[in-house]
Design a protein around this ligand. Structure first.
Ligand SMILES: [Fe+2]
Length: 461
């Protein structure tokens, strides 16, 4: 008899109870709850030959993008490889994907997982890893299309259908299909209220459409469903963005201090990314955040020379620049320059194309050399998706560019960039303020007053 998971996808391991345990831990990982890695370690203690369990653990660890996760990930991949002879075709596909990943071939890993998914469209682990890796790598169409390829083959009765909806909602949102994304995201949340990823997908729709008040209501009214999850940091960050656009700085700082400022020095990198991304936006608004940068830079400094993931490096750079740590900033730049010259993994292209130019631009911004910051960012602004993450996260690059143009006195360029932001999000008071500043710089007082009035009326509304 062939064993299978709860979606009837074949599993080679002969113990049904162990497979059920893996099903439950997989569900936890999809719902961002509990500690699935610790849970699978427990299963593996009793079932060391459970090859899919090793693949599951290594697969989850690929998503951490932290140096400290590399060793346990490699150990799991090697354990799975030793068991490959008893693995089935699906599991061998997972093993090949994970081998590609630990060898630095992240795009190759996606190809292997996609091949598994083509043969087994209900392999939710493969779908999860393809979709989330596409987010990490900045493959925007891939985030949507990996779900589109299997979506018609899923029915509502199949366990985990709501997670497929959540992935699809986010993939659609990142490709600007906002109404379809919102519909699927809300449907997923209706099926499972404690579904942080689907809540997040809807938050992204509201962010991109500039529906700040609706976003605040959406997040706060569902707080009981996401604040206890493993995705809570990032969802707090989203809530803070809505408040920031409405210039509610006290609320932003309160969220930072309560939820993005843990005391553990080797805390969650995702928390530190979001904290840096939030504080840098406040810096662009010239808001003094006191000692917060120092605390955050202390957490980033041990990772200054990791060169593991360009997305991490640019956020580390923000903290070093903002806290005046010139030596750490130089170490990060030197490590990246060496890495780009000599390494061969998939992150090199991300670092070369956007990571390193943005780090240099941040350094120039910190030195007050705003013209150089503009010159570094202008040529790469339409390639920023290669950094990974979401449009909302990468918006920090365009915002930095515009603020630098304003501070450099390049007001015609600043106006062009501010007009562009307003066209994309006309309900953003911040965007109209930037239009007003650019007009003021050009000596166009009437236009400046009109834009400022628009910002004021949006804030009043
Ligand atoms: Fe997000």
């Amino acid at each position: 008899m062939t064993n299978a998971d709860c979606r009837d996808v074949p599993v080679s391991y002969p113990d049904p109870a162990a497979i059920r345990a893996l099903d439950r831990l997989h569900e936890d990982s999809l719902a961002f709850q509990g500690d699935p890695v610790a849970g699978i370690d427990e299963v593996l203690r009793e079932h060391p030959d459970f090859v899919l369990a090793h693949c599951f653990k290594a697969g989850l660890l690929t998503q951490t993008m932290e140096v400290r996760a590399y060793r346990p990930m490699l150990v799991s991949v090697e354990a799975a490889e030793r068991l490959a002879r008893q693995a089935n075709d699906r599991e061998r596909g997972h093993i090949a994907a994970l081998r590609a990943w630990v060898d630095g071939n992240f795009f190759g890993a996606v190809q292997h997982w996609e091949a598994v998914l083509t043969r087994h469209p209900h392999d939710l682990l493969a779908l999860q890893l393809v979709h989330l890796t596409d987010v990490l790598l900045g493959d925007t169409p891939g985030q949507r299309d990996c779900v589109a390829r299997v979506f018609p083959l899923w029915s509502e009765g199949l366990p985990g259908h709501e997670f497929v909806l959540g992935f699809y909602a986010f993939g659609l949102e990142e490709n600007n299909h906002f109404s379809h994304a919102e519909e699927l995201g809300r449907r997923a949340v209706a099926m499972r209220p404690r579904h942080p990823y689907a809540i997040h997908a809807v938050a992204h729709v509201l962010e991109m459409m500039g529906r700040q008040s609706g976003g605040i209501w959406w997040m706060r009214s569902r707080a009981d469903d996401w604040t206890g999850s493993n995705f809570a940091n990032h969802l707090w960050w989203h809530l803070a963005l809505f408040h920031l656009d409405l210039m509610q700085v006290d609320r932003v700082l309160e969220i930072h201090d309560r939820h993005l400022h843990s005391d553990t020095p080797s805390g969650d990198k995702y928390e530190e990314l979001d904290a840096a991304a939030l504080l840098w936006r406040l810096k662009l608004l010239d808001i003094d955040v006191g000692a917060r940068w120092r605390d955050l830079a202390d957490k980033w400094e041990p990772n200054a020379t990791d060169t593991l993931y360009a997305f991490n490096d640019v956020h580390a750079m923000m903290t070093f620049v903002a806290d005046g740590r010139t030596e750490a900033a130089e170490r990060l730049l030197n490590a990246n320059e060496r890495y780009v010259a000599h390494a061969g993994d998939a992150n090199v292209a991300m670092s070369r194309i956007i990571g390193l130019p943005f780090c240099r631009a941040l350094q120039a911004f910190g030195k007050g050399d705003y013209g150089r910051c503009v010159d570094l960012l202008l040529p790469v602004r339409y390639r920023t998706h290669r950094l990974g993450g979401s449009f909302a996260q990468r918006d920090i690059i365009g915002w930095t560019l515009l603020e630098a143009a304003l501070r450099a006195g390049r007001f015609a360029l600043a106006l062009a960039l501010a007009n562009e932001r307003c066209a994309l999000k006309p309900t953003s008071p911040q965007n109209w303020r930037m239009v007003a500043r650019a007009h003021a710089g050009l000596g166009q007082r009437d236009h400046a007053e009109r834009a400022e009035a628009r910002a004021t009326s949006l804030l009043a509304a």
